[in-house]
Ligand binder design. Structure first.
Ligand SMILES: Nc1nc2c(ncn2[C@@H]2O[C@H](COP(=O)(O)OP(=O)(O)OP(=O)(O)O)[C@@H](O)[C@H]2O)c(=O)[nH]1
Length: 169
């Protein structure tokens, strides 16, 4: 089944927008979290998100094996938040990014329920000074392009407001 891709910068409101898109479908919904709580700041960010979601959401942790989590979500509408952190986790772990992208696409193709994907638009600022940051920026841009080409709709969020780049609002 096709999916919706929600792009945006940090604190642009993309998670909230993606939650609303997912909630257009009947509950229960699966929230596939790719973040890991390494420090207090991340724990606080995650706690804020968890407080916002009610009991109709079930959280599945998917820092690396996102294809398995998409399969585990089964017939529930699923929200993946976010692909850019998943990519970070893969890169830091030395995983094969093209192979992981193919596996992700296969898992998306296999879904029979609606899916909303959140990703950061990271390439709008100045060129990063270090090589790893430049590699990450390029990989994130490529992943966004690959998924946008396959998505039914693509929404770009800035200042909490959606700009429809492709498909339905
Ligand atoms: N492990 C885990 N991570 C979560 C959970 N809920 C949310 N997150 C993570 O929190 C991250 C989002 O953090 P924020 O800092 O609020 O995101 P942001 O991109 O700055 O903000 P917006 O664009 O406004 O959504 C996502 O990557 C999620 O994976 C959870 O229950 N468990």
């Amino acid at each position: 089944m096709s999916f919706i891709l929600v792009l945006g910068g940090a604190r642009s409101g993309k998670s909230r927008h993606a939650e609303a898109l997912t909630a257009r479908h009947p509950a229960p919904w699966a929230y596939l979290a790719t973040a890991e709580a390494w420090d207090d700041e991340m724990r606080a960010r995650i706690a804020e998100h968890r407080a916002r979601r009610d009991a109709r959401w079930e959280t599945l942790d998917a820092p690396l094996d996102l294809p398995a989590a998409l399969a585990a979500a089964g017939s529930r509408p699923a929200l993946v938040d976010c692909l850019t952190l998943w990519l970070t986790n893969l890169m830091l772990g030395g995983h094969d990014i093209p192979a992981a992208t193919v596996a992700l696409q296969a898992a998306l193709d296999a879904r029979a329920a609606p899916t909303v994907l959140v990703a950061n638009e990271v390439g709008l600022g100045i060129v990063p000074e270090n090589a790893l940051a430049r590699r990450f920026r390029d990989a994130a841009g490529r992943l966004n392009q690959d998924l946008a080409a396959r998505a039914a709709s693509v929404h770009f969020i800035a200042a909490g407001l959606p700009l429809v780049l492709k498909g339905e609002p």
